[in-house]
Design a protein around this ligand. Structure first.
Ligand code: MOS
Length: 730
């Protein structure tokens, strides 16, 4: 049987709160933790299939043009080399992960420097790498490549569905008591997941198995099938452990297709792993942005106008653009509104989803502007935000689902000790350090995605959860185990969760913060299906069924099952509740920084963050996600920046030596607090997404604190020493 729920009505019956056991929400350890820390978890490169040979991608050394010749023969003569593959099925750049179709293909047309063109396969990795270095390609170079999104010769497109003109913003700006009219710039970012992308392809007849590191098997299998022009039924993808993705593994990337093509030809398993430089140069970047923000406020600091115009970039022909204004639409009030999105078409690496696409940078510029407004109007930054929380969605008139936004602001201020802040900048010194405090709001849209799961209550009274979901470090193994354990009245160690196999029921995949609530709902429904069947079998009313401590009422589960397993299926789909209400998650960040008066170096000394995301499914894994977001916020504020050569779009800092992410010494003890919340509109388990929320505004708390410390406003991220040094007060 299948329990199928289309989320058309709010789930006002909070089933998980009524069960005798409440493992869900608790900081349960990850069941996959011991395997990971002992090195026995099998990551993408670690399958060691007998007879595996190695492939290394060869990439374009020019930014635009055509490949006219590839000198395969010379490389074929090198020791160990088995084949040189160049095929029109190769991917120009990765899939976006939810398009469910082949990304742009055809390697002979070059659109950016670093684009995959060919694969050299050899007996060993070293031989393949040597062959890849030696492969000579000739090009017909096009002279009209464009590399700077803000240059005048670059074509701009204006996506129709992301333009807004409501009321009269210009008039509101004239009428306002306080205004902010500023431009902020954020640079490109790389996901920088710890595990580089890797795929191992092997064939048995017409059946392809691809082992690797992917976030969204449900979609990835169709992307791969379309790219290879084969049937999705003939593909199995395995991805039980994923060493981080942050959007970069939402879609399949070039190595997956190249490995599959070569393996079929050679009749051997082929592994293709990307180097760190290749991850930077051929996977996904977050677009840089130019954001023009206008705020018009009345004497009470209430917004009467709000403008947010964004310029981002991508390769020609790509649908994706960073949805920078995503939260600006609903977070603050103001009846006169203008928002324009422009996409510059440049010959740079493909821009795609990188952690919290949209809010990650959009909330940062907006929250800087709000800080400027607080400063100009003399209203406390926390109070200013609370005054601007709208009753109804200021554009659509929708109501909001559960929204503990003011609570997050107040609780953050309380925990941090915000009342000790001196609102006047550049007043506090600690030795040679200028000390300051800043805050920002967090907001991120909430999404529910279609997901299926199967749960088996085994005859021995244990249970098995199965879905093709991934766990890119987010805690999927833990939370699905917890939900099933509670629903079936079992201790956590009597539930086994099996993930990352495309033959299993299709989950939502991990992305956009929708994984836990969507796949968790599918598991919840599958368990409801089991409860119905079990009650029937026991000849009782389902409402009277008490499952607790491995027992059904007084009877041991194994006895109640009498030798039979029960299989339950769950299927969740989004419905009317996602249209009826604006569903989102909220929070606040409070930072204390020190800026060195001599060197201009910024150190984050304290960081407090409070988040509400509906029911928290596992306090430990949810908190970890928030730590990660806050750490990325520090990186965005102070370190992270993709640097492109303006002559050819070459990514100059293509590794972790030159692209700086925060390390332990950059990060203070972070105080993350999660609010107790249930959102009946979001999912049958009242949970919303939390993964990305920790990043959606975090950097602004740091840069607002820099302003409070020094009186210097840097509007071009990241705030490196050189941007502060000559402006610091005496
Ligand atoms: Mo999400 S962009 O897959 O972190």
């Amino acid at each position: 049987m299948t329990r199928h729920l289309v989320m058309d009505e709010p789930a006002t019956k909070r089933v998980l709160d009524e069960l005798p056991q409440s493992l869900t929400g608790k900081p349960m350890d990850r069941p996959d933790g011991p395997e990971k820390v002992t090195g026995t978890a099998t990551y993408a490169h670690e399958w060691n299939l007998p007879g595996t040979v190695h492939g290394v991608l060869v990439r374009a050394t020019v930014p635009k043009g055509k490949v006219t010749a590839i000198d395969k023969d010379a490389v074929m003569k090198l020791p160990g080399v088995l084949g040189v593959f160049n095929d029109e099925r190769f991917l120009r750049n990765p899939a976006q992960g939810t398009a469910n179709e082949a990304p742009i293909q055809g390697p002979d047309e070059i659109a950016y420097l670093g684009q995959p063109i060919a694969l050299v396969v050899a007996e060993t990795f070293e031989q393949a790498r040597h062959g890849a270095h030696r492969l000579q390609m000739r090009y017909d170079v096009a002279a009209d490549g464009v590399f700077d999104p803000e240059a005048t010769n670059v074509p701009h497109e204006r996506p129709e569905d992301d333009q807004l003109d409501q009321g009269d913003l210009d008039a509101a700006m004239k009428q306002a008591v306080s205004v902010v009219d500023q431009v902020y710039r954020t640079p490109g970012h790389n996901s920088a997941a710890m595990e580089p992308h890797c795929s191992i392809a092997s064939w048995e007849g017409d059946k392809l198995t691809l082992r690797g590191s992917y976030q969204m098997l449900n979609y990835n299998i169709n992307e791969l099938a379309d790219s290879l022009k084969i049937d999705a039924e003939d593909i199995r993808m395995l991805s039980p452990f994923v060493g981080g993705g942050f959007g970069s593994k939402l879609g399949i990337s070039a190595e997956a297709v190249a490995a599959a093509i070569a393996s079929r030809e050679l009749g051997k398993p082929v592994v293709v792993a990307l180097s760190r430089q290749q991850v930077f140069e051929t996977v996904m970047r977050r677009s840089e942005s130019r954001q023009h923000i206008r705020l018009a406020a009345d004497a009470d600091g209430k917004l009467i106008g709000l403008g947010h115009d964004s310029l981002v970039s991508n390769l020609p022909g790509e649908d994706f653009y960073e949805p920078v204004m995503q939260a600006t639409h609903f977070i603050y009030t103001g009846e006169n509104r203008r928002m324009n999105m422009e996409v510059a078409r440049v010959n740079r690496i493909c821009a795609g989803s990188v952690r919290a696409p949209g809010e990650a940078i959009g909330m940062v510029a907006l929250e800087n502007a709000m800080d400027e407004l607080a400063d100009i109007s003399g209203i406390d930054p926390v109070e200013l935000r609370k005054r601007n929380i709208p009753e109804m969605h200021p554009e659509t008139g929708q109501g909001y689902s559960s929204r503990p936004f003011a609570e997050a602001l107040d609780e953050g201020a309380r925990r941090f000790g915000w009342d000790k802040r001196n609102a006047k900048p550049a007043q506090t010194r600690d030795g040679e350090w200028w000390i300051g405090m800043g805050m920002a709001s967090a907001a991120r849209v909430n999404m529910l995605k279609e997901a299926k799961a199967r749960v088996t209550l085994n005859a021995d009274g244990t249970a098995t959860v199965e879905t093709d979901m991934s766990d890119p470090g987010t805690g999927t193994y833990a939370i699905l185990t917890q939900i099933a354990a509670d629903m079936l009245g079992l201790p956590g160690d009597k539930v086994e969760t099996v993930l990352g196999d495309s033959d299993l029921p299709k989950g939502s995949g991990s992305g956009g913060s929708f994984g836990a609530s969507s796949s968790g709902s599918a598991v919840f429904l599958a368990c409801q299906d089991i409860r119905t069947q079990l009650a029937q079998k026991m000849g009782m009313d389902e409402d009277d069924l008490k499952l607790d401590g491995g027992k059904a009422g007084d009877m041991a589960l194994a006895d109640a099952l009498a030798g039979d397993a029960i299989v339950g299926n769950g299927h969740i789909e989004p419905g009317e509740t996602s249209k009826d209400k604006r569903q989102a998650t909220y929070g606040s960040y409070f930072a204390e920084v020190g800026v060195n008066a001599v060197t201009g170096e910024t150190r984050v000394r304290r960081l407090t963050a409070v988040f509400g995301a509906g029911r928290i499914l596992n306090e430990k894994t949810a908190t970890s996600q928030c730590y990660g977001g806050c750490i990325w916020g520090i990186g965005m504020a102070l370190h992270e920046e993709l640097l492109f050569d303006t002559r050819d779009g070459h990514l100059v800092n293509h590794d972790l030596a030159e692209y700086h992410v925060p390390v332990n010494l950059d990060v203070p003890q972070i105080d993350v607090h999660l609010l107790e919340e249930r959102d009946d509109w979001a999912s049958p388990i009242q949970a919303k997404g939390i993964g990305e929320l920790g990043l959606c505004g975090a950097a602004a708390a740091v840069t607002n604190a820099i302003y409070n410390a020094t009186g210097v406003r840097v509007r071009e991220y990241p705030v490196t020493l050189d941007k502060l040094l000559d402006q610091l007060p005496e």
